[in-house]
Write a protein that binds this ligand. Structure first.
Ligand code: UD1
Length: 340
């Protein structure tokens, strides 16, 4: 059985679908602080299998231990459960340290107590800051985090690294996600941002459906071909598949060391204006947008060198940007239709 913490969330739910499709038994633990219980029904609709669901807050150590006591057949954990809003983390850093570090420690303490060895962690390209050389490889130097959110990812990787040195039975893989976007092709699961989205693609889809009047593009004076920032946008289903591959690698003992980390992106840099133009073209939508000043804390450009993940993990992003932006719009429309 694979325990997915935060398994009802955006990346978690897509990963649970891929795990069930690969015939793993799945236990979802989620506190539903940024997700909805209906997602479990949707996962069942897509896969024909219902994952076990437990609503638990992993900041509660006793509840976390009781969970491991109850489910003795947990073989591996994928730890998604974390808060992820960069701006909120600047305003409320303690929430981020308590949620993201507190939960990680409780899960790892329970793993130690109950002898569970395999761990996959949701890390982020935020650990690289603004790199001097692009694309970034796994060897690119890490930079001090720009936000408490980013710092929780840095600290979490350090915790995994230190524990892996001290405990030879423990095996961890950190997946450094670039920018996950899009939704499941069924249109049944996708991103469900709380309130006004801060990420680009949910803001784009909410503007297209009339929920937001205008998209702001943060800056067109960057040192990039069209002046807007560049990111590596990875389809969430491709990203979900990387987790299945990582789990198999650990369970089949194919890992080369007991703490590994991989860049999970497409290897392609895409600008904000390219996202907007592609979205308009493939979905035949006109977006109302304006260029505004730069957003504090944004880096200019980043994209991944993915050859290590390609050769070593045997994983590669497959979906095109067109397909991904069609899936994001399909999900937004379906979701709004259900809400009515
Ligand atoms: C940020 C974090 C990343 C985290 C992710 C999760 C950093 C450097 N990056 O990614 O680690 O995993 O959030 O939420 O901390 N944009 C607009 N208008 C908008 C929204 C965004 O122009 O309304 C632009 C941004 O300026 C940026 C790009 O779109 O250039 C992507 O932004 P966003 O989706 O927020 O992701 P990141 O900031 O790259």
């Amino acid at each position: 059985m694979i325990l997915t913490t935060g398994g009802a969330g955006y990346i978690g739910s897509h990963t649970v679908v891929e795990l069930l499709n690969a015939n793993f038994e799945v236990l979802i633990v989620d506190d539903l602080s940024n997700s909805k219980k209906e997602v479990i029904d949707r996962i069942e609709q897509i896969t024909g299998k219902r994952p076990i669901f437990q609503q638990i807050d992993l900041k509660d150590k006793q509840k976390t231990f009781e969970l491991f006591q109850k489910y003795k057949n947990i073989e591996a954990i994928i730890h998604f459960a974390a808060s992820k809003a960069v701006g909120e983390s600047v305003e409320n850093p303690l929430k981020y340290y308590e949620n993201n570090i507190g939960s990680l420690l409780n899960v790892m303490l329970a793993m130690k107590e109950f002898g569970v060895a395999n761990f996959v962690f949701s890390s982020s390209c935020t650990v690289y800051g603004q790199p001097e050389k692009l694309p970034v490889t796994e060897q690119t130097e890490k930079k001090p985090a720009e936000s408490p959110y980013g710092n929780t990812k840095m600290i979490s990787e350090d915790i995994l690294k230190d524990y892996a040195v001290a405990n030879k039975n423990f095996k961890a893989i950190a997946l450094r996600y670039f920018n996950p976007i899009g939704a499941h092709p069924s249109g049944l699961i996708g991103e469900l941002p709380n309130g006004v989205p801060t990420n680009l693609v949910p803001y784009v889809t909410q503007t297209a459906c009339g929920l937001r009047s205008k998209l702001s593009i943060f800056g067109n004076d960057y040192n990039t071909p069209d002046g807007s920032c560049i990111r590596d946008y990875i389809n969430v289903v491709d990203l979900a598949e990387a987790h299945v591959v990582a789990i198999k690698r650990l369970l089949e003992c194919k890992n080369k060391s007991n703490f590994e980390f991989f860049n999970i992106g497409t290897g392609e840099g895409v600008s904000v204006l390219e996202i907007v133009n592609t979205f308009e073209k493939v979905n035949k939508q006109k977006l109302n947008y304006e260029i505004v000043s730069r957003r504090a804390g944004d880096i200019e450009k980043i994209w991944a060198e993915t050859s290590y993940a390609n050769t070593e993990l045997g994983w590669k992003a497959k979906k095109s940007l067109n397909e991904t932006l069609i899936s994001a719009w399909n999900w937004e429309q379906n979701y709004r239709a259900i809400q009515k």
